[in-house]
Structure formats: structure tokens, C-alpha cells
Design a protein around this ligand. Sequence first.
Ligand SMILES: [Zn+2]
Length: 426
Amino acid sequence: MGIQEKLSEAVAARRDALVALTQDLIRIPTRNPPGENYRDICDYLDRRLLSAGFRTELIRAEGAIGDSDRNPRWNLVARHEGARPGQCVHFNSHVDVVEVGHGWSMDPFGGEVRDGRVYGRGACDMKGGLAASIIAAEAFIELCPGYAGAIEISGTADEESGGFGGVAHLAEQGYFNPDRVQHVIIPEPLGKDRICLGHRGVWWAEIETKGEIAHGSMPFLGDCAVRHMGAVLREMEDTLYPALARKRTGMPVVPDGARQSTLNINSIHGGEPEQAADYTGLPSPCVPDRCRMVIDRRFLIEEDISEVEAEVREMLETVRRGRPGFDYAIRELHRVLPTMTAREAPVVASVSAAVARVFGHDADFVVSPGTYDQKHIDRIGRLRNCIAYGPGILDLAHKPDEYVGIMDMEQSAQVMALALHDLLQE
Ligand SMILES: [Zn+2]
């Protein structure tokens, strides 16, 4: 029997353990926000990985945004040393899950198994992927105890809220330093035969139009900030949206609709604040003197962030030139540069070869429309040899009755074990 068959068998022999591990992880509710039970899930992973021969470290991201004594941001990093020096492969999974929402037909934290699937919040995004990486590492270590290098597994906080109390903190502490780690696999639910190379960029900004308050019965005595914002919206529709639709990318972004520049209007607020639902009074008559809009612009690797910003400022200047009394302010809220690992990178080559061997067809290369923790590994860790690869159907993430297929997890674990063998040759 070849090593591929042996590794596949060793993973298959752990199917019950894989399911039980996934269930245990789902049963620790790690909703974020607010970021609950991070210590509990880290303690669970700590026990599990210690018994598999890993050294472990519990790290609190003290002082990171979101960290508090009530909801501390705990992270776990576990490392298994091979028999000889070599490179290190790191599997990074976030342990937080999003809110439950409505529409569930079963207990979101029950970990129920039905028809070959494990159900629960976080099953697909991404406790199933975390479980698959642990089983893959255990199977590989059992069969290849003399391997060169090291394997790391981390369970990290806050990916769903930006990753500052998780991977960003670890990267700042040197955990993704290229001297320590050479290959990173993030088992996000991109699909068992797809390799995600990176993500588009993000630019969030707040645009404010200014007016002058006056009595609503005499609006001509004031200046309506909402009408000014209306002019901004008109200019956006007439020029900006068509321009964005023309910017296509060579990045293999999925779904196809995201293979261009996009802009979402996150919110618009103008005039007096909305009152609580139990307020029974009428509004007071005022001309709004402020209107604020938050935009979420996603951009491409072919675009420079300074151009992205300049394009929006130019649009506002166009409105100003054509509209007497128009005054505005713009403020950046958040930025993430796009990233895309080269197809020739070693971790890409090893995982795609493993996909081809397990499934009998080539891996699809994709890029995510939104960002995930790869951004911190790239920007802070300066580590470019990073991909997302893991089981689960991306569309199920954050939905009711979220599940992960048991066979998908098993096959992904086989791919991960084969990739470990390829990267940490005996
Ligand atoms: Zn995720």
C-alpha cells in the first residue's frame, strides 16, 4: 500500500473521532459578538492537542479591541515537533461563530448528526475545518513519526469581527513570522476541492453632507443635508456604479458577480434620530443639517487603494462644482489591501496535488469576495505562502440549519494529511 492509501485509511479509521470532535466544538457556544466561551474552547483544544503530543500555549490578546475581563480574547497555539529540523505547516482556524438568527429546525448548539451531516452554528464556518485539520495531523503523525519540521494548529478569536483579538494579535507577537512558520492553511469552508488564494481589498468610508437646520415649514430658510446626499446618490448612479462595473479582475473571485469592483451603501442617516418603537409622539419639523452615509468599497488587486479613494473624492468634487451650497466631509473608517498567493507557492502546489490525488481531478483556484484572517498573516506576518482550504459549503455559512458533511470533512482531512506528507517529507 502506498503512503496515500495508508494516510487515507488512517483518516477514515478516525471518522467517529472526527464527528465527535466536531460535535464537541459546536457544543461550546462561541458567539461573537460578544465573544463568549473562548477560554472554554481553548481549554478543550488544549487537552485534545496535549494528548496528541503537541506543546500548547494559551494566549490572551489583552488590550486588543473587544478584549475585556467579561469576554477575554483567548487563543490557543499548539506545536508538534518532528524528528528532524525542517519547515513548519500551520493550520489556523477561528473558533468564533456568528449569532444564531431565526429559522433553525434544530438546536444550533446541539451538534446533531443526521443524514451524514453534523448540524450546528459554526459546523461549516469553521469548526468542521478545525476538526479535519486536527484529525489530519494526528493521522500523519502516527504514520510518519520521523517527519522533518513541525506542525502547528491554532484556534483563534474574533475572525468574524475583524480578527484583532485573534490572528492579528498572534501575528504582532511573531507567531506568523516566516522564521517560525513557512506554510499556512486556513480551513475556511471554501469547498473540499477548491483552493482559495486570497481576497479582494476593502475600503470603508463615511461621507457627510452638511446643511443648516431651520423650521420644516420654511425649508428655504435652512439647507437640507439629505437633498445634498441625494445629489451624491444621483452622481453615484450616473457615473460611479457604471465605472465600477467596467473594472473586471483577473483574480478568480467567486461568486462571479464579485469579479469586479463593487460598492455597497451600508447605511444612510439624516435628520433627527429614529425614536424607539414604543415612542408614540410625532417627529418635530426640522430641516436636517447633517446626513451621513457609510460606503463599503471592495476593490481588486489591479487597483491601487489611492485610486479607489481618489475616485470617490472626485465624484464628490463633481457634485460640488454643479451644486451651490454643497459642502461635505469624508473620513476613512477601515482599509484592507487585496492579497493573492501565487499559484506557484509551495503550499498551493502541495494542496493542489493532494486534491488531485484524492478527487481525481484538478483543484479549482478561487479568491474570496470578502476578507478573512489571511489579511493579518499577509500584512503583519509578512507571510505570503498562505491559502484557505477546508470542507463545507461556503453558502451555508451564517445561515440557519448550518451543517458540514461528514464525508467532506473526511476527504478534506485526507487532502491535508497528504499535503503534510508532501511538505514535511520523511
Ligand atoms: Zn469563517
